[in-house]
Design a binder for this molecule. Structure first.
Ligand code: KG4
Ligand code: ZN
Length: 350
């Protein structure tokens, strides 16, 4: 099964050709980071305008680099949510136009499910059936959640952030520290050689228990990052010299608070589920401190560790084609891509 994947849910315009859900023949990503950097975050109007210009080049580039012809494609898989509606619409319209011209089906893919499929793009990764039951820590700029996966298409939401996403927290923290955008890699770089115990920043919801959230999730498995960001703001107000005198220590302490929060929540979920595999997906999964903590955790719980290849952590289209391919190969339907849903849930009854 040969699929063209299309991704445009945020600020990356991407297209990729993937065979049988696992074999990446090409993956083209047009990053808009430079266009959004002056604003310290993604500006939706700029993102959608840039998607329009990049889409034809990126889509044609992916097919050309894969060494296949348009006629060889079995279908087109496009992210239809969640994400920025104005960004989603560009990829969706482009994919539907291509589908119409080529006479191929156009399938809608959930962006979170695509991130989950990204972990199987490592040629050394096991088959999904052998990796399940699996616990995935999904951490990106827009989402942070813990998902239990018992098969392709079989997901249960165990916990999620009640406010900011982990990547968003890093982006906002880097902004306060004057480290630039995107914040995750900037903080990781700045933290090199710093003391992660220099400031003990709060770990949100650390001691919360015996409660469920409005959507029925155990509070022990949920995350909160808004207090951390405020705490950094106050630290900088109370210690105005620290930014210049201790940049690495501050970055390392802030990074440690984010990654420690994620690791403790992942550990609780791993204990509760007894999952065979611990996995990490999304842009923040690139972080070496987080990867190290998850390695330790997996060892302690005798779980296999499945880390997404670095190239497929941040948004890309190979994971989109992979998600649709894995579903099709598992005998599951892929819904036709009809409209963009900015808040499309991973699990229906969520
Ligand atoms: O998955 P992604 O490309 O977009 C969303 O779906 O949201 O993730 C982007 C996020 C940004 O917040 C960025 O700061 C973060 O991933 N990120 C990192 C690293 N590289 C990217 N966070 C921590 N360490 C990194 N090395
Ligand atoms: Zn993403």
């Amino acid at each position: 099964m040969l699929l063209l994947g299309i991704e445009s849910s945020c600020d990356e315009t991407a297209a990729a050709v993937v065979r049988d859900g696992r074999e990446v023949l090409s993956s083209v990503v047009h990053s808009q980071i430079a266009s959004h950097r002056p604003y310290g975050g993604v500006v939706p109007e700029i993102a959608s305008r840039e998607h329009v210009g990049a889409f034809p080049v990126v889509a044609a580039g992916a097919v050309e680099r894969a060494g296949v012809s348009w006629a060889d494609l079995d279908a087109i898989a496009v992210t239809h949510g969640p994400g920025l509606v104005s960004s989603l619409l560009i990829g969706l319209s482009g994919a539907r136009a291509l589908g119409q011209v080529l006479g191929k089906p156009v399938w809608g893919v959930n962006h979170i499910e695509a991130h989950l499929a990204g972990m199987f793009l490592d040629p050394a990764a096991p088959d999904p059936a052998d990796a399940c039951p699996l616990l995935a820590l999904m951490v990106s700029g827009g989402h942070s959640c813990l998902v239990e996966m018992d098969r392709v298409g079989g997901y249960r939401m165990l916990g999620q952030t009640l406010d900011d996403a982990a990547g968003e927290c890093l982006d906002k923290g880097a902004n306060l520290l004057g480290l630039g955008y995107p914040g995750g890699p900037a903080i990781e770089r700045a933290a090199q050689g710093g003391d992660p115990a220099f400031v003990h920043f709060p770990r949100g919801l650390e001691h919360a228990k015996n409660r469920t959230t409005g959507n029925g999730l155990a509070i022990e498995m949920c995350l909160s990052f808004s207090g951390l960001k405020t705490s950094l703001l106050y630290h900088l107000k109370n210690h105005p010299d620290d930014r210049e005198r201790h940049p690495a220590d501050l970055a390392a302490s802030y990074q440690e608070a984010v990654m420690d929060s994620l690791a403790t929540r992942a550990e609780r979920a791993l204990s509760a589920t007894g999952a065979r595999t611990l996995a990490c997906v999304g842009g923040v999964a690139k972080n070496a401190v987080l990867r190290g903590k998850l390695e330790t955790l997996a060892r302690r719980h005798a779980a296999a560790l499945l880390l997404t290849p670095l190239a497929y952590c941040t948004d890309n289209a190979a994971m989109v084609a992979a998600a649709a391919g894995l579903r099709a190969l598992a005998g599951l339907d892929n819904p036709p891509a009809v409209e963009a849903d900015p808040s499309l849930p991973l699990v229906e009854e969520e």
